[in-house]
Design a protein around this ligand. Structure first.
Ligand code: BGC
Length: 747
């Protein structure tokens, strides 16, 4: 069968002329027919840059450069199909260096018999963070807190553009795992705990990265991570077992992946952990029956880091690496992020030659990989003509700042402590987060764990520097006060703070992700709590700013803080955004995309079950978060009225129109997120107390009123039943906006 594909060129940005050469047509089936077993096994292998660069595998000589001998071994001897990253995440590369790296690789692939291009993948997690000078955005949890998918999509467009500007066509992003386990080290990489909100953000991310799914030199392939259920380890520790019923999995953890697949997401990365005793990398039911047969995913399934080998030494379901390769490939893996040696490739060749892995199985994976390369335009060679004038520009920084401004969530504001209206007020600022760019950015910032300050973007403002810009250096004094977990000199702070009108304390968490980010205690380290308590003795207004990887427990300091700004991990523009909220230039409009736990062992979600509402005194207030999902204060005062529904019965081909008026009853313009919730009163599966049904973020000038309308269909009220089918059962439902409820009947 001949498969000819023709793509017309898409140029989404008008900035540079469409100079990219006409796409070559490639007959992928004919190409596969020509490939040897060795070439096919190599095609299915992905190696880290460390294997072909100068230096040690995870400790490359800086700046990173290709080692010709190693490269030639990878391409000529092993026919490697893909490379990734920067040497175990060990440091950012300049655009000019990326270009040298890619042309060396291309020269090498052109010397091969079939001249198949490689596909390079990168973790561009919050902006294209492995290229020097790239625009760094707030992390995913912060993006979700904007409740503004349009803004979030623009961020992903910038990330795609800047990745392509560095020659990289494939991004291992977004993370679609739901953030329902706050202890988990990768909580900040999620879009939060709610399915609907995460779904909207998923659409924004995939469409931002991939554009309209046609070839474009400004877009990249997205990678849905990490299929499936990765974010819900029972222990809260990364890559540890998930124990979950299939019903729950389908209800909460599958929908974002389904949405992304419908959106055309081109690749998927697999969960490193096990579910109910079976590692996902060896699970045919998940990787083939569900992913391919049921969800219809046609793209590339890549393993996570070393995960085939981990079937032997971590999960112990395979006695040796050969068995592990067999299990993973037969389960449905297309590409192995091996990524530091050639054992996978060699073992796969053996298994194919022995006939244990059928050629048809291999060919379908090779086809998917070649097709990805084709769709990304890689057979046309390196694009040296398209220019990227906006890389790392002020225009892109402004987009990052817009997301940062809209994510910041005002959790407490007693006596209108914020905003600070007089710029000449004396400020004392302290805390581990005050003067650190890394703590604003979190992990995946120039390096894997994001703690190496050597690679930081030049000329970006920490919170301290940004506050100094607003208030004037003469009005701002600073002392560290505390590192993340060791008290510095509280006495020095007290002396300096005595002369201040207001105190800003920037609490933080050391950037970290994956296993290095595991913690045993969700509480804020005591040194930081004590700093707040010590300064509170001065009886001056205290403004607490939080930049955490996950919601660290604030219980011991909430009473001492007059204002609390939760800034998530707001990225390189985060300092500016925090200062602009503090000085009232930005009216905060972020809303929590998760339920903020009040205590380390009081972790419930807003969409909890009625049984979880049971308190010790048998009253219905068992759900006692420190701050509720969807919560966030504003400097404006929004007043809701006129909540009305068009009718109170809903059938299958029907819809109900919901109207509500929101008025900005203040003299400051602001943005509000109008949130509509519902409750299924009786159902065959215990219903949640409430669930988010729809939302819209609106802008209201001072005194302005707007009417917001939502259209509700029967399918919007569905859930997964005992037979694992999505259904809406007939019966009574409540629709809720703020504290008002309307009862409807669904038939
Ligand atoms: C992470 C992935 C990441 C990959 C490549 C893994 O350890 O779990 O999210 O994409 O490394 O760096």
């Amino acid at each position: 069968m001949i498969r000819l594909k023709h793509f017309t060129l898409g140029c989404l940005l008008v900035l540079s002329a469409n100079t990219f050469a006409q796409k070559k047509q490639v007959d992928l089936y004919a190409l596969i027919h020509k490939m040897s077993v060795e070439e096919k096994a190599g095609e299915m292998t992905q190696l880290d840059l460390g294997v072909i660069a100068n230096g040690e595998i995870c400790n490359l000589t800086q700046p990173q450069s290709i080692n010709q001998e190693k490269l030639s071994k990878a391409i000529q001897k092993y026919h490697i199909g893909s490379f990734l990253n920067v040497g175990c995440g060990s440091g950012t590369i300049s655009r000019s260096n990326w270009s040298v790296i890619f042309s060396s690789i291309q020269k090498e692939t052109q010397k091969t018999r079939l001249q198949i291009p490689i596909v390079y993948g990168i973790d561009a997690i919050h902006g294209n963070n492995y290229t020097m000078g790239a625009t760094l955005f707030p992390q995913q949890i912060a993006q979700a807190a904007t409740w503004n998918p349009t803004l979030v999509k623009q961020g992903y467009e910038v990330t795609a553009y800047e990745a392509r500007a560095s020659g990289i066509p494939w991004n291992f992003s977004p993370v679609l795992d739901l953030g329902r386990q706050p202890l988990w080290s990768r909580f900040f990489e999620t879009f939060g705990e709610d399915v609907l909100l995460a779904n909207k953000m998923t659409v924004a991310a995939i469409s931002g990265l991939q554009g309209d799914n046609k070839y474009s030199p400004y877009h990249v392939a997205a990678c849905m991570k990490h299929f499936l259920g990765y974010s819900m380890p029972l222990s809260g520790k990364d890559r540890t077992p998930i124990w979950m019923s299939e019903r729950e999995m389908r209800e909460y953890y599958l929908p974002t992946f389904q949405t992304a697949i419908q959106q055309g997401a081109k690749t998927i990365m697999i969960n490193s952990a096990e579910i109910n005793g079976t590692p996902v990398h060896a699970n045919y039911d998940i990787l083939t029956t569900l992913l391919r047969n049921e969800l219809g995913f046609k793209g590339v399934a890549v393993t996570d880091w070393e995960d085939i080998y981990k079937l032997v030494d971590m999960h112990r379901v395979a006695a040796n690496k050969k068995e592990a390769v067999y299990q993973a490939i037969m389960a449905g893996i297309d590409m192995s992020m091996t990524p530091n040696d050639y054992q996978f490739t060699e073992l796969l060749i053996e298994l194919i030659n022995e006939g244990r892995i059928p050629m048809s199985r291999v060919d379908s994976s090779v086809y998917r990989i070649l097709n990805l390369k084709y769709e990304l335009g890689l057979f046309d060679g390196l694009d040296t003509k398209t220019t990227y004038p906006l890389f790392g520009s002020e225009v892109h920084a402004a987009k990052s700042l817009a997301v940062a401004n809209e994510c910041i969530t005002l959790l407490k504001n007693e006596n209108q402590t914020l905003p600070i209206l007089h710029k000449n007020e004396k400020i004392f600022i302290c805390g581990p987060g005050a003067n650190s760019l890394n703590y604003l950015n979190g992990a995946w910032t120039h390096t894997w764990q994001g703690v190496d300050t050597n690679f930081n973007t030049k000329n970006k403002l920490t919170t301290l520097a940004a506050i100094q810009q607003y208030a004037g250096k003469e009005n701002v004094s600073y002392a560290l006060g505390s590192s993340i977990d060791v008290a510095d000199d509280y006495a020095k702070c007290i002396v300096k703070a005595k002369n201040a009108d207001k105190i800003i304390i920037c609490l933080a968490e050391t950037p970290s992700t994956e296993i290095p980010g595991n913690i045993d205690n969700l509480y804020l380290p005591k040194a930081q709590e004590d700093l707040v308590i010590a300064l509170s003795k001065l009886n001056k207004p205290i403004i607490v700013v939080c930049t955490f990887n996950r919601p660290r427990i604030l219980k011991n300091i909430i009473p001492f803080a007059d204002a609390i700004l939760y800034a998530y991990l707001p990225g390189d523009e985060g300092g500016k955004a925090i200062a602009s909220v503090i000085y009232g230039e930005t009216n905060p409009s972020g809303k929590l995309p998760f339920s903020y736990p009040s205590d380390a062992n009081n972790i419930l979600h807003y969409d909890h079950k009625h049984a979880e509402d049971m308190h010790t005194d048998f009253s219905n207030n068992g759900y006692r978060p420190a701050f509720d999902f969807g919560f966030g204060l504003s400097y404006s005062n929004f007043v809701y009225s006129g909540f009305a529904i068009s009718k109170n019965t809903l059938g299958s081909n029907d819809s109900i129109t919901v109207n509500v008026q929101v008025k900005n009853n203040s003299n400051v313009a602001g943005k509000e997120v109008v949130q509509l919730y519902y409750a299924d009163l009786v159902a065959s599966i215990t219903p949640s107390v409430k669930k988010l049904l729809a939302f819209e973020k609106i802008y209201l000038r001072a005194g302005e009123q707007k009417n917001i309308q939502f259209q509700i269909h029967k399918k919007d009220l569905s859930f997964i039943n005992k037979q694992l089918k999505r259904v809406t059962e007939a019966g009574e439902f409540d629709l809720m906006i703020q504290n008002e409820t309307k009862r409807i009947y669904v038939n």
